[in-house]
Design a protein around this ligand. Structure first.
Ligand code: GUN
Ligand code: FE
Length: 426
């Protein structure tokens, strides 16, 4: 039997929103990159396969970050006392300009990918910058690392500073070149169409990107309804469109192909209905939404309406690349939302948030984020023996303690699509 092995430990994952499946001291069988089954005793047909025994460690799915800006890693923690639009102008655009310099880009991107590895983020959906060469380099580097990512060369052809803007023609040409060169180049790293947001993209550009999405069967990501001033600006730019989401929709960029929309803090009812109909992913970015005073996204309401939801660190609007930190922040925001809305929208539980950070976001990649049969095996081995555990805990409680009090030092091994991934070297 080739390419078949087992991992053994205390297995915990969420096959559905808020529901744990727990297997104490059990075996996951992996064949090629897929989970074949979970067993308490190793079946005799597998008696000769390699077993990687992780003892009393927890084995959990890898984390999925559905929204982050790679170049903004250099700005982590900076300038977060502003709202979105002034923050973009003062901190973000000047930093992104630097990625015309490949040596600078390589330095920041190496650090970022190592950090993602360290933090157990096995899959990410990423905004690069408008620079074609640095965006390609980021894809090559992800491929080299063994981590999985969708990487978007950003498009922006209006309302942008002179030092960070493209012509419509160049923007479409560069995007198409990347789609041709990279759509089938790697298994785990793919390009994604990335209009920055409506304020910085002309209708002509968005229409062109919508056509490219169809032509190359490419996924799409952008920002939607993050901030009040941003939404007013979109209304002013597109007075004939019903709302922000409809502007993307009219360009073929709202779920005609699989789509992720970051933030979704201030959606109206028509936008919620449209996202549900088109199965557009809403990416919840609680750290960013708190830091930039954007608001509290009505996540349970979106989930109840049938919209797929995942979590995003949104660095550097978010100040932490850690999905553990993002889960805790999402829990706190959801508790405040519950309190302030007079308890009309229930808080999100830890198991619900763990689902969003694994299988919820993983759905954007396919069968990812769970240990059900035929899922791609992305996993983290967690040694929590160094955490302050002073009384016996159930496996569910051990996971809670790791989420709230653990960090990357507890992550001992990472798997992506069936392969153990070692610390990247660039
Ligand atoms: N909207 C447009 N660009 C950005 C960005 O870089 N970060 C965030 N949080 N929102 C945006
Ligand atoms: Fe963002």
């Amino acid at each position: 039997m080739n390419n078949i092995y087992a991992v053994k430990g205390n297995i915990i994952f969420t096959p559905s929103f808020g529901k744990y499946n727990i297997f104490k001291n059990s075996y996951i069988i992996i064949e090629d990159k897929y989970v074949k089954g979970i067993y308490e005793k190793l079946p005799t047909i597998y008696k000769d396969i390699l077993v990687k025994d992780y003892g009393t460690s927890l084995i959990i799915p890898g984390f999925v970050d559905l929204h982050l800006h790679a170049p903004q890693f250099a700005n982590l923690g900076l300038g977060l006392d502003k709202e979105l639009m002034p923050w973009l102008e003062t901190y973000t655009f000047p930093e992104e300009k630097k990625y015309s310099d490949l040596a600078y880009a390589k330095r920041v991107y190496s650090y970022l990918i190592k950090e993602l590895w360290k933090l157990g983020t096995t899959r990410s959906v990423i905004f690069a910058t408008l620079h074609k060469e640095a965006s390609k380099m980021l894809m090559d580097m992800f491929n080299q690392s063994g981590l999985s990512a969708y990487v978007g060369k950003v498009n922006m052809d209006r309302n942008s500073p002179d030092f960070l803007v493209e012509t419509t023609e160049q923007s479409l040409k560069d995007t198409e070149e990347i789609l041709i060169e990279y759509s089938d180049k790697y298994d785990l790293v793919k390009p994604i169409i990335t209009p920055r947001f409506v304020p910085t993209c002309t209708t002509k550009l968005m229409n062109g990107l919508g056509k490219l999405a169809v032509k190359y069967n490419a996924k799409v990501q952008s920002h939607l309804c993050e901030n009040k001033d941003e939404i007013s600006f979109v209304k002013q730019l597109h007075p004939n469109s019903k709302n922000y989401a409809r502007v993307y929709d009219e360009a073929g960029l709202l779920g005609q192909l699989p789509t992720c929309m970051a933030h979704c803090v201030l959606l109206d009812q028509d936008e919620i209905d449209l996202m549900a109909k088109r199965q557009v992913f809403a990416v919840h970015c609680p750290n960013s939404n708190s830091n930039l005073s954007s608001g509290m996204a009505p996540i349970r309401g979106l989930i109840d309406r049938g919209i797929p939801v995942g979590l995003g660190s949104d660095i550097s609007g978010g100040h932490s690349l850690s999905m553990l930190n993002t889960i805790v922040s999402a829990a706190q925001v959801s508790n405040l939302n519950y309190a302030i809305k007079r308890r009309s929208e229930k808080s999100l539980t830890t198991s619900e948030l763990f689902y969003l950070a694994t299988k919820g976001g993983g759905k954007f990649f396919g069968k990812v984020g769970s240990f059900e049969k035929d899922y791609e095996f992305d996993a983290l081995v967690i040694d929590d023996s160094t955490l302050p555990i002073v009384k016996p805990l159930s496996l569910e409680e051990r996971l809670q303690k790791f989420i709230y009090t653990g960090d990357d030092r507890n992550i001992k091994v990472r798997y992506v699509a069936g392969n153990e991934v070692l610390e990247p070297v660039f």
